[in-house]
Design a protein around this ligand. Structure first.
Ligand SMILES: [Zn+2]
Ligand SMILES: [Zn+2]
Length: 225
């Protein structure tokens, strides 16, 4: 068996948006499933941005040291019109979001068209375009690659129907992929073996899949040291 390394998941929801668990429970469940790091990235809009980041940054600051895995506080900018995504990403950063994800144009949950196009152009602000779906264009994937924005293969029901397209376009564009779970409770979390399967099911070769679940997350993690 090849060494798959430790699991890192950059897309998880807590009770601060529509997840079922408190951050401490997510961290423990992830630890048990072999994670070395997680990002908690709750859905935000104008109504809850402050509360989400107050809660997540407080958790990491006060409790982070007593937890054996690294927890990164972040947000998933969800359903905002493309023309205000940048403004909210900047606000999130100011309020302590270490990682910023944009909810992409998944086959399910129809965010506004143009969200993918906008997100990949926010260099240094957006880290991951989540589940960009079958709308992902080669041009946008090339921009993501240039701007160091990772594209996501999702294990979440519905979102994962876009994975084959995303993998194919990312390969053609030289864009980097991650496998994230978009977990809303502990049953959604994956082991490295499960993540490998998602990458293989998306049509990646074994070598590509291992890079996606092992090397790419390690590389992205360096941004948050
Ligand atoms: Zn959600
Ligand atoms: Zn999500």
């Amino acid at each position: 068996m090849k060494d798959l390394g430790q699991r890192i998941d950059f897309h998880i929801h807590s009770i601060f948006s529509d997840g079922n668990l408190l951050p401490a429970a997510i961290a423990r469940e992830a630890e048990v499933k072999g994670h070395s790091a997680i990002a908690i990235t709750d859905h935000v809009d104008a109504s809850n941005l402050e509360q989400v980041l107050e809660g997540l940054t407080k958790f990491v600051k006060l409790q982070g040291k007593s937890i054996p895995i690294k927890v990164i506080p972040g947000v998933e900018i969800s359903y905002l019109r493309p023309d205000i995504i940048e403004e909210y990403a900047k606000k999130a950063r100011k309020l302590g979001a270490k990682i910023i994800i944009v909810h992409g144009e998944s086959p399910v949950e129809p965010v506004i068209l143009g969200t993918n196009h906008t997100a990949v152009r926010l260099k240094g602000l957006v880290d991951i375009l989540a589940h960009p779906g079958n709308n992902l264009t080669l041009e946008d994937a090339k921009v993501a690659a240039l701007n160091g924005i990772y594209l996501e293969l999702s294990s979440r029901k519905g979102h994962l129907t876009g994975n084959k397209h995303v993998a194919e376009i990312a390969r053609a564009a030289g864009a980097k992929l991650l496998v994230n779970t978009d977990s809303h409770d502990e049953k959604d979390l994956l082991t490295q073996e499960g993540a490998l399967q998602i990458a293989l099911d998306a049509g990646l070769t074994e070598e590509e899949a291992i890079r996606v679940i092992k090397d790419n997350p390690q590389e992205l993690l360096k941004r948050f040291q």
